[in-house]
Design a protein around this ligand. Structure first.
Ligand SMILES: NC(=O)c1ccc[n+]([C@@H]2O[C@H](COP(=O)([O-])OP(=O)(O)OC[C@H]3O[C@@H](n4cnc5c(N)ncnc54)[C@H](O)[C@@H]3O)[C@@H](O)[C@H]2O)c1
Length: 352
């Protein structure tokens, strides 16, 4: 089955989603429309020329209110308010809300109530979605009848949750604390800025290139929302000036003492088995840039594993905060789209 999506916000995540779909044969996803406050010309330029991902490996044109990507037409809307985007006209089933501006369940739901879409996936740790679904950790809890607006939580939560799931399932895990070190985000500022950051903590308006910036990021808690058996967790979160490639570390207590070798073996087995594609495993000595373009939620680094005689464990994983996360957003779009009724346009595309 093919799922027809629309993307609101053609920024870092919106363009990664488009690159992935456009370069993956049989992705199972068709992008029917995008919406942004930028013109179609600019969206085409942004897709073609990307400082992190390189030149687009295909053709991109803008023609009127359409982008033409590898000969596939994508309708472009230019609306600043989500309740004004006419997704139904483009036969969009699932909207990916990727502006970073409309992160509450209520705001994102207007893609359904006003735009005519059937489901929404917010590409962020939203407030009050119908469900937080971390692909590979708890996406089996998806309930098509009651979950219309879904959040995958954040890229860091995805990386942490996948390592936590393996430890939890194999050894039992509690008393967890986590740490995320995140590459530069588009909302950060080149120079110190005191207004216009829309974030309460003034440190988040500080110059991105000069500091390690702590972020009181509540999304860390969402690891235990995805995996409630973990109980409460402690978390910390730091923004650093690297352009892409981020770090997740998790520590806690297992039900019985385990060795580093046992843990690394469990991770390698999960990466080759049930979590293939979501968890990756690299025995080589790695640094953050090595994870660039890796589609997994977490690239497990066995050299980071530590254990104590009393069941203390510590593990490390890397993640491409854009690329891996965008793959999981698309996994969720497929999950929720496949449970939605097939649109008439879908059937036309299939017959074409
Ligand atoms: N970049 C990452 O590494 C990353 C990882 C995980 C989650 N996220 C989350 O994904 C969301 C998007 O992040 P991003 O990095 O793509 O941001 P971005 O700033 O690169 O892109 C945002 C896009 O939305 C557009 N936009 C702004 N206001 C709009 C409006 N009113 N209507 C329509 N379009 C509008 C902008 O023009 C821009 O193209 C954020 O919530 C972010 O926290 C980002």
């Amino acid at each position: 089955m093919n799922v027809t999506i629309g993307i609101n916000g053609f920024g870092r995540i919106g363009r990664c989603l488009t690159r992935i779909v456009s370069t993956t044969p049989d992705s199972g996803i068709t992008i029917a429309a995008v919406n942004d406050i930028a013109s179609a010309d600019k969206l085409a330029y942004g897709l073609k020329r990307d400082s992190l991902r390189g030149v687009f490996p295909g053709t991109v044109l803008s023609r009127g209110d359409h982008l033409i990507v590898n000969d596939h037409p994508i309708q472009v809307f230019n609306q600043a308010r989500p309740d004004r985007i006419r997704w139904a006209e483009a036969n969009v089933d699932v909207v990916i809300e990727a502006t970073g501006r409309f992160r509450t369940g209520g705001q994102a739901r207007s893609h359904i109530t006003h735009g005519g879409a059937r489901k929404v996936v917010i590409s962020a740790s939203a407030d009050d979605p119908d469900a937080y679904l971390v692909y590979g950790a708890n996406h089996d809890r998806y309930d098509s009848a009651s979950h219309d607006v879904i959040s995958p939580a954040s890229c860091g939560v995805n990386a942490l949750s996948i390592m936590a799931k393996v430890l939890l399932d194999r050894f039992g895990l509690h008393s967890v604390s986590t740490s995320v070190v995140l590459a530069v985000q588009g909302w950060q500022k080149v120079h110190d800025t005191l207004i216009g950051t829309s974030r309460d903590d003034p440190r988040l308006g500080r110059s991105v290139g000069q500091s390690i910036i702590p972020h009181n990021y509540v999304a860390g808690e969402l690891v235990s929302v995805a995996l409630p058996a973990l109980g409460d967790i402690l978390y910390s979160y730091y923004c650093v000036p690297t352009p892409v490639g981020s770090l997740a570390e998790l520590s806690g207590l297992t039900d019985r003492p385990v060795s580093s070798e046992e843990i690394n073996r469990a991770m390698a087995e999960a990466a080759a088995g049930p979590l293939r594609g979501i968890l990756a495993y690299d025995p080589d000595p790695t640094v953050s840039v090595d994870v660039k373009n890796n589609p997994a939620s977490c690239l497990f680094d066995p050299s980071g594993t530590r254990t104590t005689r009393h069941g203390g464990v510590q593990v490390r994983g890397w993640f491409d905060n854009e690329w891996g996360f965008s793959h999981r957003v698309l996994d969720l779009a497929r999950l929720v789209g496949e449970h939605a009724p097939v649109s008439a346009a879908d059937e036309c595309w299939s017959l074409a």
